[in-house]
Write a protein that binds this ligand. Sequence first.
Ligand code: ADP
Ligand code: MG
Length: 585
Amino acid sequence: MAEKQTLQKPLPKRLLHEHLAPYKYRFGQACFFMLLTAASTAALPFLLQPVFDDVFTTNDPRLLFVFCAAVLSAFVIKGFASYGETVTMTRIGQSIISDVQNRVFSHLMSLDLEYFHKINSGELLSRFTNDITLMRNSVANTVVGIGRDSFTLVFLIGVMFYRDWFLACLSFFIFPAAFLPIIRIGRRMRKVTFNAQEEIGRFTKQLTQIFQGIRVIKAYSTENYEANRAKLQIEKIYKLVVKTSRVRSLSHPIIESMGGVAIISVIAYGGWQVMHHSRTTGEFISFIGALILAYEPLKRLSNLNANLQEGLAAADRVFEIIDTKRTILSPLKPKHPAKVQGRIEYKNVHFSYDPKKKALEGINFTAQAGKCIALVGASGSGKSTIINLIPRFYDINAGEISIDEINVRDWEITHLRKQIALVSQEIALFDLSVFENITYGCEDFSKDDVYSVAKSAAAHDFIQKLPQGYDTIVGENGVSLSGGQRQRLAIARAMLKKAPILLLDEATSALDTDSERHIQSALKKLMVGRTTIMVAHRLSTVIDADQIYVLDSGQIIESGSHQELLQLNKQYAHLWHRQAQGLDS
Ligand code: ADP
Ligand code: MG
C-alpha cells in the first residue's frame, strides 16, 4: 500500500538539506555579493555624518571631492553587487526548483500502479504545473531578496547603533512589535494558499475528466451543466486567490503605521536633542538616513514571509508525492535467471484491491512453458486481475505466484517485467511516430524486424496508407486511429519484445470478427515457444488453448480443454452454445 511518511523534518529544513547542499559554493558566492550590497548601502547614511559635520564646516574643496568620490563608489559597487547577487541567487533558486521537478518526476515514474489508480491524473498535473510554478515564483521573490535584505538591515542597524545606541534601541523597541502579527499572517497565508492550490488541482482534475468524456457530454447535451459546474469552481478559485492576496497585503497597514510611529518618535526625540545641542546635525541626519533606508528592506522582509509561506504551501503538495513510498520493490537479494522458460504457477492465490472485497480466492493453476492457457468468465470475475499479478503490478495477500519455480517477489523486478509482453484492453499510444510506438521500450531491433512484426500483426498495410507511413505521428495529437488499428500496433509492440511470456487481456476485443480472424493466425505464430495467458470474450478464440479456466467471482469453477468443458456441460458449455447461436457475441 502506498503510504505517506509522517515523521519528516520540517519542509524548509528538508529543502535546505536535500536541495541546497549541492550549491554550497555558489551560495557562498552569492553571500559575498550580498555582503557587498549591504555594506555599500549602509555606507551612504554613514557618510552623511562627516559630510554635514566636517565638509560643510571646514570649507575644504578637497574633502568635498573625497566624499563625492566615496559616495559615487558606494553607488557603483551597490549596483554591480546587487546584479551579481540577483543572478547567482536566481540560478541557485531555479536550479533547486528544476531539481525538485526532476526528482518528483522520476519518483512518480517509480511509484506503484496502485498510486496512479488512486490519484487523479488532473490532480497530478496540477501539482506538476501550478504548484511548481508557485514554488518558482516564491523562490524568485524570496530567495533573491531574503539574504540581501537581511544583510542590509544588519549593516544599517549597525550604523544606527554606532551613531546613537539609545535612539537605535528606541526605534527597535517599536519595530519588532509589528513582527508578531506578521508571523501570524504568514501562517494564515500558508493555509489559504494550500486551499487555493487544492481547488486549482480540483479544477484541473475536472478539466481532464471533461476532455476525456467530451463525447458523452455532447451525446447527453450536458454542456450547460458542465459550464455551470466549471463556473462554480472558477468562482471558488477566484475567492480563494483574492483572499490570498488580501491576507498577504494585511502586513502593509501594520508595517506602514508602525514604521511611521518609529520614525516620528525618533525625529521628535532626536530633533529635540539637536535643538539643545546635545548632538550634531550630522549624527542625527546619518541616523535618520539609516533608519529610513532600513525601512524598505524591513518591509520587504515582512512580505517575504508571506511569499515564502505561499511557496512552502505549494512545496507541501509537491513533497507529498516525493514522500509516497513504493511498496513493490525488488528484494534485497534479487534473482536474475539468465535463461527463462516461462512456466507460470499460481498456488492458492488470494488477493483483494481493498480489504472489504476479495478479487481472487484460492486460485490454482499452472501454465507449462510454451503452453497456452485461457481465462474466460463474466466481466468482473477477476481475469484481468490474474494477468496483472504476474508482472507484480500488485502484490498478493496470500499464496504464491512463481515463474520458473521462483516466486515473483524474489525476481529482480525489471528483469521480471522484461520477460513479459502484455497486450491489454487499454491501449496506450504515445505522441510519437508509428515506428517509435512499435519499438517503444525495445532496445534491440532492426528496421526489418519492425516491418516484419507489423506484417504479422496485420498492421503493415494500414500503416503504409498513413500520410507519412511509419513516420506518421499517432497518439493524442497525431492521426486518429481506429480501435482495431491501435490494437494491432499494440500487438506488434508485444511481438517485437521477444519475451518468453505473453499476456493477452482481450487483446483482440476491439477488432471486428474479420480482422480478429486475420490477426489470430499472427497471434498463433507469436505464441509458438511462448507461455501465453489469454483472456478472451469470444470463446471461438480460445478453443485451441491447452487449458481453459472458467472464472466466477474470483474463483475457478471449471477447467479443461474446450472439448472436455463442452462434455462437462456446465457454465462453459452453456456460454458456448449461447455464443454459437449468436445470442451473445
Ligand atoms: P475482469 O477482467 O474479469 O472483468 P477484473 O479482474 O478487472 O475483472 O476485476 C475483478 C474485480 O476486481 C472486480 O470486482 C473489479 O471491480 C475489481 N477491481 C478491478 N480493478 C480494480 C482496481 N484497480 N481497484 C479496485 N478494484 C478493482
Ligand atoms: Mg478485464
